[in-house]
Ligand binder design. Structure first.
Ligand code: ADP
Ligand code: MG
Ligand code: ZN
Length: 473
């Protein structure tokens, strides 16, 4: 299998690429429009500086060369574009020759990341779902002229898993660079997959098909697997693959031909005469690079190092690291560890509990979060209690964890009452206790659970384990 991905990403600017209309998703149709993005005669495009900076931020984050570039008109007749052409970068794109490293180290080449304007959104009423055979069509020009960057990968991926990992990592990079909100479900990130197959890794590339309408990472993976199977079946039955654009049908779980290369449009590209070349100087490129925050790969490395100091990361901790970075909660872990909380605890609470409401966690004052973890780390709160206090912090949008714990009546159990509760549990289950003493360590969990039940989570799990060991002698 050989895979190359084309990803369109809407830039998070206040206004459109060539006019001052708001760049806003979900507004009443055809309210964010003007003579320019409606293609009225006599209107002229004015390039949005912020869009260029975000496009350069993407180029920098993907290790591209940022170069002098030009804009072309891509001509076609279709109602999603009132001008009858789309302004796009063609043979001289802004960003070229970059790469993206997947979390496992596999490197995917980036051919180009160029700027263009988005089209309007058409909705075709009727059973066909397309303009042909539609009862009528609606068009919303709010999206027309929204700034896009199209990121074209090299055909370097070999499995659906790599394609999924690429899109996931790319989305994280786009969000981290501030260029896009990366919302596939709102269409601010749209993926087309080019797929071909060949007998073996040293054979020349086969003929590719391009799959459109992939609305999630999951459908991307399913569509690639399906398409590769389809092509293999064709080749094995002696037929050949025809270069086509295909549509992924999520419900039916298959791809369908949209158009073949023979009926591809001739776009009659020519230089946009109303725009000058875009030539960013070295100083501007550097200024944009300086504003770039830490990228996800760097953030993961930062957490992994913290775990290394605490004795090395396990496989499940590496997954926790990925989750925490993806949800942009890693600063919380770093701050907690700096305040003396063990890295494993800080990571686990963040990946397991804070992650369930990442928005609330990001909105929280990091000080209260660190304070809460400190209370758990020093044994003032049990794990169960700490989780309950965290849930309350989320509901309240912040607060003093110690005060919340007091309000909830959480106090650390005294050693005496803990020992007494453990003693009662042991006395009530002599058979299990005998087996535990004979070396069945699994029963430690059984007794811990009894103590937790009896104390409604107030007991500290580590203290219970220590008491059990002490009684066993
Ligand atoms: P188009 O205009 O036809 O979409 P692009 O240059 O924009 O062409 O994109 C081509 C995409 O197809 C790139 O992502 C590239 O990696 C990929 N690609 C090229 N050849 C193959 C192939 N044989 N198999 C799979 N993907 C391919
Ligand atoms: Mg393309
Ligand atoms: Zn406009």
């Amino acid at each position: 299998m050989v895979i190359g991905l084309e990803v369109h990403c809407e830039l998070k600017t206040a206004t459109k690429l060539f006019c001052g209309c708001p760049n806003m998703f979900g507004d009443e149709p055809n309210t964010n429009v003007c003579p320019n993005c409606l293609g009225l005669p006599g209107s002229l495009p004015v390039l949005n500086q912020r869009a260029v900076e975000l496009a350069m931020a993407i180029g920098t984050a993907l290790h591209c060369d940022i170069r002098a570039s030009t804009f072309h008109r891509k001509n076609y007749f279709y109602p999603d574009q009132a001008k009858d052409y789309q302004i796009s970068q063609y043979d001289e794109p802004l960003n070229v020759d970059g790469h993206l490293d997947l979390p496992d180290g596999f490197r995917v080449g980036i051919e180009r990341a160029h700027m263009e304007e988005d089209t309007g959104k058409t909705t075709h009423a009727g059973t066909s779902g397309r303009i042909h055979g539609a009862d009528y069509s609606l068009v919303d020009y709010n999206r027309s002229g929204v700034p896009l960057v199209e990121i074209v990968s090299r055909p370097d991926m070999r499995t659906a898993d790599q394609a999924r990992a690429y899109v996931t990592e790319l989305r994280a990079i786009l969000v981290a660079s501030g260029a896009s909100d990366g919302k596939m479900e709102e269409g601010s990130m749209r993926v087309d997959a080019n797929v071909s197959v060949r007998p073996g890794p040293d054979d020349p590339f086969g003929t590719r098909c391009e799959i459109k309408n992939l609305n999630s990472v999951r459908s991307l993976g399913r569509a690639i697997e399906y398409e590769a199977e389809r092509q293999i079946a064709l080749l094995e039955s002696g037929e050949r693959v025809v270069q086509q654009t295909r549509h992924w049908d999520e419900g039916a779980g298959r791809t369908q031909a949209l158009r073949s290369k023979e009926d591809a449009y001739d776009y009659r590209y020519f230089l946009e005469p109303d725009l000058v070349p875009l030539v960013p100087d070295a100083e501007w490129i550097r200024a944009v690079a300086d504003t770039l925050g830490m990228m996800p790969a760097e953030r993961r490395a930062r957490l992994t190092e913290l775990l290394d100091e605490g004795g090395g990361a396990t496989r499940s901790q590496l997954l926790q690291v990925a989750t925490v970075v993806e949800l942009r909660l890693d600063d919380l872990v770093v701050e907690a560890v700096a305040a003396g909380v063990p890295s494993a605890l800080a990571l686990a609470r963040t990946a397991n509990e804070a992650a369930t409401d990442a928005d609330a966690a990001r909105a929280l004052d990091p000080k209260s979060y660190v304070e809460l973890l400190t209370l758990e780390a020093n044994g003032s709160l049990s794990a169960t209690q700490a989780k309950a206090v965290l849930a309350e912090l989320f509901v309240l949008g912040g607060g003093d964890p110690a005060a919340i714990a007091r309000d909830k009546g959480f106090e650390a159990m005294s050693e005496d009452s803990l020992a007494a509760t453990v003693g009662e549990a042991v006395a009530a289950h002599p058979d299990e206790w005998a087996r535990f003493c004979e070396g069945d360590d699994k029963l430690a969990g059984f007794f811990t659970m009894l103590v937790m039940k009896a104390t409604r989570g107030q007991a500290n799990g580590k203290a219970v384990a220590a008491e059990l060991r002490r009684l066993k002698g």
